[in-house]
Structure formats: structure tokens, C-alpha cells
Write a protein that binds this ligand. Structure first.
Ligand code: AMP
Length: 305
């Protein structure tokens, strides 16, 4: 099983209450690919500038990630995002977004990349997400992520993509922002009414809610003592979630629930260090161990009447 992902590969400047970095690797597709590659083969489609070195690209080396679709544009700069967090690490404040190479990017899906098992439209301009959708053939599952930046600047383009996907992965605040509805469950139903069969709502340190037309599943976040930098937690979650699903022969409720936990496990590692530093050092065994910790965390017995 394979995943095709299109999204941002970026340089980030980050400030959290625990430290600061002026330039590190980031991007929605970067976190996603590294996380998903623990479970399945990943084909990456993105664009970087000439400032993106082979050393920077080494984040993808030695993993099940094909970067033939990572275009490098001469004379242009890589996408840049600068973000800041206060003590409430659930809220990222964007200080600066420089689209750079993404301003003129025309994603091209090669014949080899068409008809993947899973297509993930990671957070980028919804116009680009739609262009990819039109070229991708017939994936078994199409999922999408987005953020406040695109909800406020390209709401209608985003709605067009929502109508064409199976699964939406989105932050709690963004569900409310997109629908203008304060009640989360009602807001989720509005998005499901557009067409997707499943909505996965990321709630930061409060965990994840998965809503379908007939069921709701909730998982907590792993209670960590050392949360250092929440950047990329959402994309990493999506990578663990869809990576696990792509590795299974069937997608049904039990597998979706396991996938939610694998996504949460991967995200819990990402936030322990800046950038992808923690994600780059973990092994599949550590992932499996933390999955078991999650089971213990949420297990409770039925009661006797
Ligand atoms: P998250 O998982 O939501 O914390 O995503 C963090 C990543 O999203 C950062 O590494 C940024 O480079 C990337 N990012 C921030 N803003 C945008 C945007 N407008 N479009 C695409 N990627 C973005």
C-alpha cells in the first residue's frame, strides 16, 4: 500500500516558552511523510527553493519516502513560516508566512504516482489541493488537512475540496472558524453534510475526536511532562493515522480507532523536541511501546449492576 502526499516542505522559525530556533526544517508534508513512513511507502510531491540543501533533504533519507516529486526551483526561496506559542501550547500565533516557491507552484502528478491507495492533501493552498485531486486518478481514500490561514483567505476554494474528499483532518478552532458554528458537534455535522464520511478533529493537548455520520470516537492526548514544541503535531498525527491505515488491507471502524491511537502516539513524540528532532530518532519499537501505554491509559472495566 502506498500514500501520495502533497503539502509544504518548509523552513520554520519557532519560539516557544522553552526556547527559540531561527531556522529549522518544517512543513506539513515533511512531518507527515516521516511519520507515515514508519508504516508504509510514501511518495512526496512538493517544492523547495535553491536554499534547500542536500543536508536539509537528509530528513527523508533512509526512510520509505520517495522524493522524486520534490521539485527544486533555482533562483527562488523555500516556503517560510514563523510561529510563536505562549504557555497555552494549543494556540499557534503566525508571525510570518512567506509563500516563496509556493506562489507559482503547479503540482504535477506523474503516471507512476497516479492511483495511490491513499492520497493526502496536506496543508497548502486549497487551489493546489484541488489541482492534485484532479490529476491523482482514483485513490482508495482521499484525506485533507488545512489551517486558519486558508479558511480566512480561500474559504470557497476550500469548500470545493471538502466536497471531493472522504476524510477531513482539522483543528477544533478551525472547525468553528470554517462553519461559524460554536457547538463542535453541530459544526462537524455541517462539514460531514458537504460530503466527507469521516471527520477527525485535533484538539491539541485534549486529544482527538473522530466523527462519522453514525459514530463518535474520542481519544486523549498522551499526558507528557515535557512538551517542548507543538509545531507539526497535527501533520505528524495525520502521518501516523493514514500511514497505519494504508498498511492495512481493510479500513473499518476497529482499524480507524487503532489508526487514531498510532497518530496520537507519533504526535506525542514530535512535541518532545524542536522541529523533527525527536521524530528522527525514534524507532518502531518505541512507537509500539507507547501504543501499549495508551491502551493502559484509556482502559476501564465495565461495572456490575
Ligand atoms: P502543524 O502540524 O499544524 O503544527 O503544522 C506546522 C507546519 O505547517 C509548519 O512546519 C509550517 O511550515 C507549516 N505551515 C504553516 N503555515 C502554512 C501554510 N499557510 N501553508 C502550508 N504549510 C504551512
Amino acid at each position: 500500500m502506498s500514500i501520495l502526499v502533497v503539502g509544504s516542505v518548509a523552513f520554520d522559525a519557532l519560539q516557544t516558552p522553552f526556547g527559540k530556533v531561527d531556522r529549522c526544517i518544517g512543513g506539513s508534508a515533511t512531518y507527515f511523510s516521516v511519520a507515515a513512513s514508519f508504516f508504509t511507502d510514501v511518495d512526496l510531491v512538493a517544492v523547495v527553493g535553491e536554499d534547500f540543501t542536500d543536508e536539509d533533504a537528509s530528513v527523508f533519507n533512509g526512510r520509505r519516502i520517495n522524493i522524486e516529486g520534490l521539485e527544486r526551483v533555482q533562483g527562488a526561496r523555500t516556503f517560510f513560516w514563523s510561529g510563536e506559542y505562549g504557555y497555552d501550547l494549543n494556540v499557534a500565533k503566525t508571525r510570518d508566512t512567506q509563500l516563496n516557491v509556493f506562489a507559482d507552484f503547479k503540482p504535477r502528478i506523474s503516471e507512476k504516482q497516479k492511483n495511490p491507495d491513499v492520497l493526502f492533501l496536506a496543508n497548502i493552498d486549497p487551489v493546489l489541493q484541488y489541482e492534485v485531486l484532479q490529476q491523482a486518478g482514483r485513490p482508495r481514500l482521499i484525506a485533507l488537512d488545512t489551517m486558519n490561514y486558508w479558511i480566512s483567505s480561500k474559504h470557497d476554494d476550500l469548500e470545493r475540496v471538502f466536497r471531493a474528499v472522504d476524510l477531513v483532518i482539522i483543528n477544533e478552532a478551525e472547525v468553528r472558524q470554517f462553519t461559524n458554528e460554536a457547538n463542535l458537534v453541530k459544526a462537524c455535522r455541517q462539514i460531514l453534510d458537504l460530503g466527507p464520511s469521516t471527520l477527525v478533529v485535533k484538539r491539541g493537548e485534549y486529544g482527538v475526536l473522530m466523527i462519522t455520520k453514525t459514530a463518535i470516537f474520542a481519544a486523549p492526548a498522551y499526558p507528557l511532562e515535557n512538551v517542548f514544541d507543538p509545531t507539526g503535531a497535527g501533520d505528524t498525527f495525520a502521518g501516523g493515522f493514514l500511514g497505519y491505515l494504508a498498511s492495512r488491507s481493510e479500513i473499518h471502524d476497529k482499524e480507524l480507532r487503532r489508526a487514531i491511537i498510532f497518530g496520537s502516539v507519533l504526535a506525542s513524540f514530535t512535541v518532545e523536541k524542536f522541529s523533527l528532532d525527536r521524530l528522527r530518532e525514534i524507532s518502531i519499537n518505541e512507537i509500539h511501546e507507547r501504543y501499549q501505554d495508551f491502551r493502559a491509559l484509556t482502559h476501564f472495566e465495565d461495572f456490575e449492576k
